[in-house]
Design a protein around this ligand. Structure first.
Ligand code: KIV
Ligand code: ZN
Length: 435
């Protein structure tokens, strides 16, 4: 019933494999308000979208896809509201999506009247499945749709004094022959004739992720080498997450030559979502690379995200989940508390604490609430750590085993995690004379 449905490029050089890390943040484009929003059970209201937009600006996004203005009245009105309420900062560019169809493109330009600057993002489907089953068109006819759309964008933009740039996506790229996708992109670029001082964006989506990340990276490497006007093109990726590989796909794709990533906060988006930009950014951060996005107050961002999208961030979501910095087990707690003590003693700036990929404080988390958590799996070191950090009680080495055992036993009997206050009261109830 199933077989591999991706295409390897005509030649693969695997040059990208030779690099082992990314040394500079890519450009980021948030598609929360478009791809993220279109996947919600209950899409955001206009006011919610406006507030979400402000949050994206505060995080540091300079490119924000705000919607598909021809798709609904809310989308159209939202684009108008941003422009009419003068809410677009000077260093931020809004993006809007349009299909390659005349009336849709015209409505899109109407929505953009008076915009200080904008990227108009044109797409049409290019995969074998869509060509055969949905459009019933040949390769040439599908390419012509893209070219006709590109011409209309160019001509409508020229007829206004608006400040527009263009983006093209061969939608369903993941099921498209790679050399054909390049051919379509180059035909679109021939219309736009982009230059280094007025770049166009070529956006490669894994509309439905269907290949392993290294396969996608070899496709991107091929595209990078075969696109025309390369100095005038920003090569962008738009990874989805159907195989759970959106982050790996993005990272390998950047190593293979991509310069921009489109994604969403916490990976919201169609089906299994778009790639999670928080994870990508914090992965860079943990390698000492400035991600150019500010997630130092991640719990607040998460709260707003959960309110507006009515989605939940899972407990184990990298960097953001409730449990991602927590250690319950004795050996982990012991290593963490020794690592913290070592860091303090040596006055280290460098982060070397075992079991914690980054300093939880850097994403607005606290050691007290988030790191050492006590249940029946915990050890004496963890209990001593809580008593010291939260209550200033220094339990002597020779007492630790006994205290640890006593606390664990309560958790075992109650089948519950013990809060720091609970640990404290067990301790003070049993050691009334302790100073
Ligand atoms: O996933 C996709 O292919 C898209 C395109 C419109 C870029 O969202
Ligand atoms: Zn998408």
């Amino acid at each position: 019933k199933y077989e591999r449905s991706y295409f390897l490029p005509p030649e693969c050089t695997y040059d990208w494999v030779k690099k082992d890390y990314i040394d500079k943040a890519p450009l980021w484009c948030s598609v929360d308000l478009r791809d993220g929003n279109q996947a919600l059970i209950e899409p955001m209201s206009l006011e919610e979208k406006l507030d979400f937009f402000k949050m994206l600006v505060d995080i540091g996004f300079k490119e924000i896809e705000v919607g598909f203005p021809a798709a609904s009245e809310t989308e159209f009105n939202f684009t108008r509201a941003l422009i009419e309420r003068d809410m677009i900062p000077d260093d931020v560019t809004i993006h809007v999506l349009t299909q390659a169809r005349e009336h849709i493109i015209k409505k899109t330009f109407k929505a953009l009247e008076g915009a200080p600057r904008a990227v108009v993002h044109l797409y049409n489907s290019t995969s074998v499945a869509q060509r055969e089953q949905v459009f019933k068109k040949s390769k040439e006819e599908i390419k012509q749709l893209a070219v006709d759309g590109a011409i209309l964008l160019r001509d409508l933009a020229a007829a206004t004094d608006g400040n527009f740039r263009f983006q093209y996506s061969p939608e369903s790229f993941s099921g498209t022959e790679v050399d054909y996708a390049v051919d379509v992109c180059n035909a679109v670029l021939d219309v736009w004739q982009p230059k280094a001082d007025n770049k166009a964006i070529i956006n490669i989506p894994t509309t439905v992720e269907n290949a392993m990340p290294h396969v996608f990276a070899t496709q991107i490497e091929y595209i990078d080498k075969h696109l025309k006007y390369r100095d005038g093109v920003v090569l962008c990726l738009h990874p989805h997450n159907d195989r759970g590989c959106g982050v790996a796909t993005s990272e390998l794709g950047v190593l293979a030559g991509a310069e921009e990533i489109e994604g969403t906060l916490f990976g919201n988006g169609e089906r299994t979502g778009n790639v999670d930009i928080v994870t990508l950014a914090m992965n860079l951060y943990s390698h000492g690379v400035d991600p150019q996005l500010d997630f130092s107050n991640l719990p607040e961002i998460r709260e707003k995200y959960e309110t507006y999208t009515r989605m939940k961030v899972g407990e184990r979501q990298p960097y953001a989940g409730d449990l991602v910095f927590s250690a319950f087990s004795g050996s982990h707690q012991d290593a963490i508390s020794k690592g913290m003590a070592w860091r303090e003693e040596k006055k280290l700036d460098k982060w070397t604490v075992p079991y914690l990929p980054i300093d939880p404080k850097d994403v607005g988390r606290t050691y007290e609430a988030d790191v050492i958590r006590i249940n029946s799996q915990s050890g004496k070191g963890g209990v001593a750590y809580i008593l010291k950090q939260s209550f200033g009680i220094n339990v002597p080495q020779q007492m630790r085993e006994q205290v640890g055992y006593m606390v664990k036993q309560v958790s075992d009997e109650e089948h519950k995690e013990l809060s720091p206050d609970w640990v404290h009261s067990i301790f003070t109830d049993n050691y009334v004379d302790f100073h």
